[in-house]
Ligand binder design. Structure first.
Ligand code: ASP
Ligand code: MG
Length: 592
């Protein structure tokens, strides 16, 4: 008999009536022939209420007692849920994390799961009971209650689904599913029937309202299909399945996102040699600033410009930190702009199709929107635009890629078979332990690319559209694209193409430089090093570790482009292997 895990978030158990609705849902699943494990969060904002109560007692509560306190929120809701199920005539048992046997380490407030025993849950399920597990908690070796960090019930749910080898993990929440973009910003936003784990991780701002990104990463590792559904929908209207596949096999773009309050900083005219990025990003890490998008192009004359974005609120302290680094490096200037937004398009299909980025650039040009910077990853293109044009930009791309319309070849909700998982519980738990802080999924080397640069093209709407349309019309598959922040009305644009297309790309570039002005440069062979994983953006440490490892190996970084889940750097072709070794060593402890 198949097992299903149903997780109910705080809003889905906020009052007695909602608890009854959830209880009915679980009973229905049981009547449909499933064994049911429910994972329940604290009612409504109860956890916040408890945090606030503690604050009224002391500014400095003991971490152990804080967990003792916060875990009660979930204990209340599981007990009420069990009563609701009993009153509806079915059998159920509520269990705390400790009673299930969720063992954690002793880091109160951010405990890591060390083991999960499945015997008790399985025996209860076999006995016909619905098991109701308190989310977000466990116990350490000395039976102290621990919590997994805010939002941790998602982690409990996906972890239980993985160790129980459940058919699926259903997440009941207060939204209908995952949308092609934020429906509050674009009225035409459409609920996707399915989306891949990778896409939702790149669409972080859309995913964030739905689930903890770590639990999505975990679902990906263990192939747990995650169904996001609205707990208020009575009709069992399908939500969104987060699984291994995209909604459509032949759509290049599946979602679009906006990060509104970005500020960019450019350190201009730094020596193009090992250690410069390290110097800058170590200063930022020192003041605990999370860097978002990093763009760096090859320099024209032995010097380079390094740009990155931070959240607008972090601008003052970032500037102060960066100015110190700039002085030490003898940089020409530190420039900044606090009024930008980031607009991104994401899609698994993008990795294998030409003519995606240029379509985005064209539709922005047609709306007279200037692109201030570009960064790409395998399945994402992000541009920075002026904040007052950001909404128009988001709407334009959503419309251009027809995201409001369901794809023709759509895989329907619930159509794919349950994934087969071979990993055993010990392996699952071992990975779970490593995933809390930062999981690096892979470190890789691509030795197939050549690099092309156009220096000093005019920084105005339509220029990137022109360049990448010209490249696409020649059927050259562009991999990485980086456009630096413009200076003095000019910007530099670099991209990589397959080495076999070098001559071809050179000819195109030459005619483009005749048309647009600006010098060209190319490297017949470069190496691309990629670190992929989650937590990259929130952990200033990743870029830093990467730059440090390359610096220690004496390797110069020529081009950088980042996304939510990847950092790509271009280095000289003959440094690829050494760079790969250096990075594998540097990330050995967090390689999932
Ligand atoms: N109740 C906890 C919180 O509010 C855990 C959860 O809801 O996931 O963070
Ligand atoms: Mg929650």
């Amino acid at each position: 008999m198949g097992i299903i895990v149903q997780k109910f978030g705080g809003t889905s158990v906020a009052n007695a009536e909602k608890i009854r609705v959830a209880a009915r849902r679980a009973i229905r699943a049981q009547q449909d022939g499933k064994q049911v494990v429910m994972v329940v969060s604290a009612m409504g904002h109860q956890t916040d209420v408890l945090v606030d109560l503690a604050k009224q007692i002391t500014d400095d509560p003991s971490a152990r007692e804080m967990d003792m306190l916060l875990s009660t929120g979930e204990q209340v809701s599981v007990a009420l849920m069990a009563m609701a199920i009993h009153s509806l005539g079915a059998e159920a048992v509520s269990l705390t994390g400790g009673q299930i046997g969720i063992r954690t380490d002793s880091s109160h407030g951010k405990a890591r799961i060390k083991s999960i025993s499945t015997e008790r849950m399985k025996a209860l399920l076999d006995d016909g009971k619905i098991v109701i597990a308190a989310g977000f908690q466990g116990i350490d070796e000395d039976y102290n209650i621990t919590t997994l960090g805010r939002g941790g019930s998602d982690t409990t749910a996906v972890a239980l689904a993985a160790v129980l080898n459940a058919d699926a993990c259903e997440i009941y929440t207060d939204v209908d599913g995952v949308f092609t973009t934020d429906p509050r910003l674009v009225a035409e936003a459409r609920k996707m029937s399915r989306v891949s784990h990778d896409e939702i991780l790149e669409l972080a701002s859309l995913g964030a309202g739905v689930m903890h990104s770590r639990s999505i990463e975990f679902g990906k590792k263990f192939n747990v299909p995650i169904h996001v559904c609205n707990s208020a929908s009575f009709s069992d209207e399908p939500g969104t399945v987060i699984g291994s596949e995209s909604e459509s096999a032949d759509r290049a773009v599946t979602g679009a996102a906006l990060t509104k309050n970005e500020a960019q900083i450019t350190v201009a005219g730094v020596p193009d040699q090992p250690g410069t990025s390290l110097a800058i990003f170590s200063k930022l890490a020192g003041v605990n600033v999370a860097v978002d998008m990093i763009v760096q192009n090859p320099g024209a004359d032995g010097s380079a410009d390094i740009s990155f974005t931070v959240l607008e609120d972090d601008l003052p302290k970032s500037l102060a930190a960066v100015k110190k680094a700039a002085d030490e490096l003898g940089a020409e200037a530190v420039l900044h702009d606090a009024s930008l937004s980031k607009v991104s398009i994401v899609g698994l299909g993008m990795a294998t199709q030409t003519g995606v980025a240029d379509r985005m650039f064209r539709v922005l040009a047609d709306a007279n929107i200037n692109i201030e910077a570009i960064a790409t990853s395998e399945i994402k293109v992000s541009v920075l635009v002026k904040r007052e044009q950001a909404l128009a930009a988001l709407r334009a791309v959503h419309d251009e890629f027809e995201l409001d319309r369901p794809p023709r070849d759509r895989v329907k909700f619930g159509e794919t078979a349950a994934a087969s998982r071979k990993a055993d519980a010990v392996d699952i738990v071992a990975r779970l332990q490593r995933m809390e802080d930062l999981t690096i999924e892979s470190v890789s080397l691509d030795e197939t690319q050549a690099q092309m640069t156009l220096f000093d093209v005019p920084d105005r709407p339509g220029v990137s559209a022109r360049i990448f349309e010209a490249i696409a019309s020649e059927n050259i598959l562009v991999d990485m694209i980086v456009q630096s922040i413009g200076r003095d009305g000019h910007a530099d644009i670099s991209f990589t193409v397959p080495r076999s297309e070098l001559e071809h790309a050179r000819r195109v570039l030459k005619s483009l430089s005749a048309e647009l002005g600006g010098e060209t440069k190319d490297e017949a062979a470069v190496a691309i090093l990629t670190v992929k994983g989650i937590g990259i953006r929130s952990h200033t440490g990743v870029g830093l570790r990467m730059f440090k490892a390359l610096n220690d190996a004496g390797i110069n970084v020529e081009m950088v482009s980042t996304s939510e889940v990847r950092v790509n750097v271009v280095v000289a072709a003959n440094k690829g292997e050494a760079g790969l070794t250096a990075l594998k060593t540097a990330f050995a402890d967090v390689l999932g």
